[in-house]
Design a protein around this ligand. Structure first.
Ligand code: HEM
Length: 252
């Protein structure tokens, strides 16, 4: 136990990181939280799966009209477990969006957007179109007939929006028609800009959750936001041991 704990203590003494992670992971939540409260974490898990599988796909994908389709076929048919990684990424995109909406519905129906969590709701409102844009930009990448024509339809729908529509459509198509430049642009949006924005927004979302705490259900008899009454963790108590070293009952 001591050998296993030494590196954690070393790190904690020099960075405070272990205490920070423990504070993040071992927070008090109201006693009457339920499965409904896990939808946010489920959405986060789906997003992390998308990040992991996306990084692997990017190692084999070729973002130009001549090779895009073949590279996706190569991933599916030749690369070891490529079919699985691609399948997880493709289906995972829908899972992520569905969970996102379920989580948003939970927050809405529980009234969890009310004071002091309005800002977190606003961050969520920014997350929704960003996540949808991530799905839209990914849909073109296999560059088959479905991808091509779905993107034509999507760009045309955007083009009908008042005032900004034509600018948005010309920004997305990157020229008068959908071609190599569109594909590069969508790839850049899909694997750099939009995931970066999502990571930033999710980071802010999680910061606010840790700062404000999770709300109780509307029917709760418990007061939410009560002070933490346990003593602060001491250095040397490791990552998962809540009690300081030397305290009776703590297994060393
Ligand atoms: C990538 C998308 C998202 C992720 C990863 C995410 C993650 C989370 C997590 C882990 C929680 C804490 C546990 C829970 O209440 O489920 C939470 C709470 C919350 N989320 Fe999200 N969320 C996302 C999108 C959204 C959206 C779209 C909205 C609303 C428009 C939203 C509004 C909120 C609010 C207000 C809370 C506080 C709820 C409470 O304290 O009971 N979130 N989110």
């Amino acid at each position: 136990m001591r050998v296993a704990q030494y590196p954690l203590d070393w790190l904690e003494e020099r960075s405070g990181l272990v205490g920070g992670i423990r504070y993040f992971l071992f927070r008090k939540v109201p006693g009457d939280t339920s499965w409904w409260h896990t939808l946010g974490s489920a959405t986060l898990t789906a997003f992390l799966v998308q990040l992991g599988t996306g990084v692997i796909l990017a190692m084999y994908y070729k973002p130009n009209p001549e090779n895009a389709y073949e590279s996706v076929q190569h991933i599916t048919n030749d690369v070891t477990l490529g079919w699985l990684v691609r399948g997880m990424h493709r289906w995972g995109a829908s899972v992520f969006i569905i969970l996102l909406f379920f989580h948003m519905a939970r927050v809405f129906l529980f009234g969890a957007y009310k004071y002091p969590r309005e800002l977190n709701w606003i961050v969520g409102v920014l997350l929704v179109p960003t996540a949808l844009l991530e799905g839209f930009s990914g849909y073109l990448l296999p560059y088959d007939q479905t991808a091509y024509w779905a993107t034509v339809v999507g760009i045309n729908i955007n083009g009908t929006a008042p005032f900004l529509g034509p600018f948005l459509a010309s920004f997305l198509s990157s020229g008068s028609e959908i071609g190599g430049d569109t594909l590069s642009r969508f790839y850049s949006l899909h694997m750099l800009l939009i995931p970066g924005a999502l990571i930033g927004l999710i980071g802010l979302h999680l910061y606010l959750i840790v700062r404000l705490g999770v709300s109780s259900p509307p029917w709760s008899s418990e007061a939410a936001g009560r002070e933490r009454d346990e003593p602060a963790a001491q250095p040397g108590s490791g990552l998962v041991q809540p009690s300081p070293r030397g305290v009776a009952g703590r297994p060393d």
